[in-house]
Ligand binder design. Structure first.
Ligand SMILES: Nc1ncnc2c1ncn2[C@@H]1O[C@H](COP(=O)(O)OP(=O)(O)OP(=O)(O)O)[C@@H](O)[C@H]1O
Length: 303
C-alpha cells in the first residue's frame, strides 16, 4: 500500500496553519513526521484520519481517495484516549471488537499484546491504578490489538523508561518487518533515525525538508568538515578560521564546540589538514562531518 498526502492546506479561524503539506509512505516502511511545537504535525495526522477536513489537497491510498474507515488503522493519538475507570483487558478487547474483531479473537489478541508489552499482570486492573509508563503500554496494546495495516504513532515513547523503550523499539521494528505502513511523529530524533527510511520536517505549516534520510544525511555532510581544538571555544575557532583559512573554507555552523566548515570549490581536505598542521593549534578532532538527524533538525527548523 502507498499512502499519499498531497498539498494539504488547513486554516483555523481564517489563519492558515498548513500551507501545502505533501508526503508519501509505503507498507513495510516508516515515515518520520517531524517539526517543532505547533508546526502542524497533529493537524496533518488528524486530516489524514478524517478528524478534520482539509481546505485543499487530498489523501490517497494506492491512488484512490483514502477512507480510514475501510482499513485497520492503529492510531496512538497525542491525547491518549482510554477509560481510566475501566479494566485494562476489557477495554482493549472491546475496542478491538469495535474495529471488527470477533469476541474470541479480540481477547486472544488483547492477551498477546499485553504479554508482548509485558503488562499481562494488569489485565484485570482499572487503568487509572497503573503507573504512567504502564498506562502508555496499555495505550500501545490498544493501538496494535486489531493487527493494523497502517500504524500512526504520535510520541509513542513518552513516559517509558529505557527498558520499556527497548521493548517498544523492538515491537515497532517487528511491525515494519511484517510489512506495516508506519507514520511516526516524535521529538526524539534517535528513534526517528532508527526506524524511518524517509522523513518530513515541517516548520510553521510548511515543508522545510523531506526525503530519504540516508540521502539527506549524505547531502548535509557533503563537502563539510568538523573541527575542534582543545581549550578553544567555537567563537575563537571561528575567528581563526575566518582569518587564517578563509581562502580554503567558510564556517557553516557549529555543533557545541565543534566548528562545521564548508570547503571552498577545488579545495581538498589535505590542503586544510596541512594548514592546520602549520597553525600550531592543538587539534582535537578533524574529519568528515556526519550530521545526526538532531543537527539537521536544529539547522532547518530554527527560525
Ligand atoms: N482546533 C484548532 N483550532 C485552532 N487552532 C488549531 C487547532 N488545532 C491546531 N491549531 C493550531 O494549528 C497549529 C499547528 O498545531 P499542531 O497541533 O498541528 O502542531 P504540532 O506540530 O502537532 O505541535 P506539538 O509538537 O506541540 O504537538 C498551531 O498553531 C495550533 O495552535
Amino acid at each position: 500500500m502507498r499512502l499519499e498526502v498531497k498539498d494539504i492546506h488547513k486554516s483555523f479561524g481564517g489563519k492558515e496553519v498548513l500551507h501545502g503539506i505533501s508526503f508519501s509512505v509505503e507498507s513495510g516502511s516508516a515515515l518520520g513526521l517531524l517539526g517543532r511545537n505547533g508546526a502542524g504535525k497533529t493537524t496533518t495526522i488528524r486530516i489524514l484520519m478524517d478528524v478534520f477536513k482539509a481546505d485543499k489537497g487530498e489523501v490517497l491510498l494506492d491512488g484512490k481517495k483514502f477512507r480510514p474507515g475501510e482499513y485497520r488503522i492503529g492510531y496512538l493519538p497525542e491525547e491518549r484516549g482510554l477509560y481510566p475507570k475501566k479494566k485494562v483487558g476489557e477495554q482493549i478487547a472491546y475496542l478491538a471488537q469495535l474495529r471488527g474483531m470477533g469476541t474470541k479473537e479480540s481477547k486472544e489478541s488483547m492477551r498477546r499484546w499485553l504479554a508482548r508489552l509485558e503488562v499481562s499482570e494488569y489485565e484485570n486492573r482499572l487503568l487509572e491504578t497503573l503507573s504512567k509508563g504502564n498506562q502508555q503500554k496499555v495505550q500501545l496494546a490498544q493501538t496494535l490489538v486489531c493487527d493494523p495495516q497502517i500504524i500512526i504513532l504520535d510520541e509513542p515513547f513518552s513516559g517509558l523508561d529505557p527498558v520499556n523503550s527497548q521493548v517498544l523499539e523492538d515491537v515497532i521494528q517487528e511491525e515494519i518487518q511484517k510489512g506495516k505502513l508506519v507514520i511516526f511523529s516524535s521529538h526524539q530524533m534517535g528513534y526517528v533515525e532508527e526506524f524511518c527510511k524517509d522523513i518530513i520536517i515541517i516548520n510553521k505549516g510548511t515543508t522545510v525538508l523531506s526525503g530519504d534520510l540516508k540521502n539527506i544525511k549524505r547531502e548535509f555532510g557533503n563537502n563539510r568538515l568538523i573541527l575542534s581544538v582543545n581549550d578553544m571555544e567555537h567563537e575563537e575557532l571561528h575567528r581563526n578560521a575566518d582569518q587564517k583559512w578563509g581562502s580554503l573554507v567558510s564556517v557553516y555552523g557549529h555543533n557545541k564546540e565543534q566548528l562545521i566548515l564548508e570547503m571552498k570549490p577545488d579545495v581538498k581536505k589535505e590542503m586544510i589538514l596541512s594548514a592546520l598542521a602549520k597553525s600550531g593549534l592543538d587539534v582535537e578532532r578533524f574529519g568528515d562531518y556526519q550530521p545526526s538527524l538532531n543537527d539537521i533538525f536544529v539547522q532547518v527548523a530554527e527560525d
